[in-house]
Write a protein of this length. Structure first.
Lengths: 140, 140
DNA sequence: TGAAATCCGACGAAATTAGTCGGATTTCAA
DNA sequence: TTGAAATCCGACTAATTTCGTCGGATTTCA
């Protein structure tokens, strides 16, 4: 179970934009500074824009900005935008993927785990990341 | 973020074996009954065996059995055996994957999330799946 | 000796991921 | 008016991973 680089790069970019909120649009040039391929990141920012998480200004002096306060943007929003919704097993979305009933214990386990992960993701906002840069341990 | 079919098939197989514990070795034939490609499952059971989760009996009347009581086998054991450890970002295992310090807030978030998912997985055992077939909702 | 079964490495097809490329468009300023 | 700075966008490719398949070797029992 792993995240693709899209999720990682996407969060890097969003965190950067959160840190620079109110300072005007940030160019791709700047956002990509830390080792993310520029043209690839450009694609990813397109996804974030279409998901309503960033707004853009075109033309000279243009760039990217977060579209909402950092407290209103969660990790779940970002991951969903970058990788689509979490789907541990296609059992969750495709009823006919197997001949097991909806009471199948395995299916229940996937559902519980999916809910749990989504909940964790929704709890972390860009704001909380800005406020706790030292990453104080959470009560797991 | 998704699980491969390996994880899914692996859990199906382990749950089947848990249901049939003490009834002697179960043949691949039987385990694969519900739509899992036989030869593929054979590979997967090899992984589970090498991880110490199932034991095998070769030859006529041979087959697969769980190697430990169902209460001692967690979802984490199974997922680890099938897909390797959860690694949301290579930041977790490869210090040099980027030039960010180990105090990088993004890194902290991945770590927290990884811990959380592992904890959830470790809490679910085959025994608990056998005991709660109706999958009563957990306190998320 | 033959049938039932696991074991195993190698191979291949399909899907996904991680980019790259070339241009189109927008905007501002000289 | 023109040129530079920037985003936008669809198509393409290379690499990797996933999902199997195949053919045979080995073990065991009747």
């Amino acid at each position: 179970m792993k995240l693709s680089t899209r999720g990682k790069y996407g969060l890097y970019a969003m965190f950067y934009l959160a840190q620079h909120q109110g300072k005007g649009p940030q160019s791709l040039q700047n956002i990509a500074a830390t080792g993310v391929p520029k043209q690839y990141l450009e694609q990813l920012l397109g996804n974030l824009r279409r998901a309503g998480l960033v707004s853009t200004v075109r033309g000279v002096q243009g760039g990217y900005q977060i579209a909402k306060p950092p407290g209103d943007i969660s990790l779940l929003d970002i991951i969903d935008a970058m990788e689509g919704p979490i789907e541990l097993s296609e059992c969750m979305t495709d009823e006919s993927c197997c001949d097991r009933s909806c009471a199948c214990p395995v299916r229940k386990v996937w559902q519980r785990l999916t809910d749990s992960i989504n909940h964790e993701l929704a709890c972390v906002t860009l704001q909380s990341m800005l406020e706790h840069p030292e990453g104080e341990a959470s009560g797991i």
